[in-house]
Design a protein around this ligand. Sequence first.
Ligand code: AMP
Ligand code: MG
Length: 264
Amino acid sequence: MLQNVVVKSPIQLKDHDPAEDFGLKKEKTRQATRRLLERIGGLQAKLYANTRRSVLVVLQGMDASGKDGATKSLLEFVNPAGVEVTDFKAPSSEELAHDFLWRVHHAVPRYGRIGVFNRSHYEDVLVVRVMKLATKEVWAPRFEQINRFELNLHESGYLLLKFYLHISSDEQAERLRARIQDPAKNWKFEGADLRMRERWNDFMKAYEDAINLTSPKHARWHIIPADKKWVRDHLIAKYVCAAMEEMELSWPKPKEDLSKYQVK
Ligand code: AMP
Ligand code: MG
């Protein structure tokens, strides 16, 4: 049986193969992805014109799982004016002086925009849990706090699409080695990446809990097999395009009767 991408009931990550390609052919799939991305560009133009709804794409995954590459691919044909991309790094002292959702809510895109979160509020139940940056009393209630926050966004007109980029430990090792060896990639490497890598199984458990506890109908997780970049990009484009089409966006009606105007 093919693994499900959309999480509708509790999952175990060991049942999901990071190298899965669903029998897709690489070249044909790349062409199909391009067509999907062009459609997303057209849908975004309507989203931008309407300014009543917004799309929020959340990307999570281990280091080198392809969050940057996925962002670049997804936005290839969208108008940059209608996009807000936010990278979430370790919180500043100002951010730490607030509740964990403060900086996140601040980064939520304006209506009419597509927002991409490269990492997100989920770090506060992932790295914070695994690296023991807070006690369980602090992080455990966050799953429900996140659910309430995302329900609020949903009810306020946000379409939430959450993608976990699932890579294998072997593929991560390859990509981290490349970051050490390739001068064009050195800047992406941090010693901390290896300390996190040592905690691989703990991270998988934390991801599993986060995915299982925060995947209601209006804010589903998608488990994206991410060892193959062309599969990753195709699946994300497919789910974003389908969800935006379901929004039934149309061009806004003129606010007045335009037939009375003549441009001379
Ligand atoms: P990168 O995505 O490679 O630029 O790295 C960003 C780093 O910031 C990662 O190691 C994240 O785990 C870390 N980070 C992001 N959000 C948080 C957070 N809320 N608390 C602690 N570390 C975080
Ligand atoms: Mg990094």
